[in-house]
Design a protein around this ligand. Structure first.
Ligand SMILES: [Zn+2]
Length: 79
């Protein structure tokens, strides 16, 4: 369980399971490797390489390497 303060001021938390904050992001190649393990029991699916969180308020997406944010994506808005 963890909490993170989004730049918009919203507190993000993954304490609820399931939640709408954490995204399970795999490359197509990694997903293909997982599927080719021969079993698709959800407990056998490894966690993705990076933790990816999305703020439901501002839609920023944070990519974590461990506890460190390594990328932040901000939604572009049309003027
Ligand atoms: Zn936010």
């Amino acid at each position: 369980m963890a909490r993170f303060l989004c730049r918009c001021g919203e507190t993000l938390s993954n304490s609820l399971t399931p939640n709408d904050i954490q995204l399970r992001v795999y490359t197509d190649k990694k997903w293909d490797d997982i599927i080719n393990l021969g079993t698709i029991d959800s407990v056998d699916i490894p966690f993705p390489e990076y933790d990816v969180w999305r703020c439901l308020k501002c839609e920023r997406v944070y990519v974590f390497d461990g506890d460190t944010v390594i990328k932040t994506y901000v939604l572009e808005t049309e003027k």
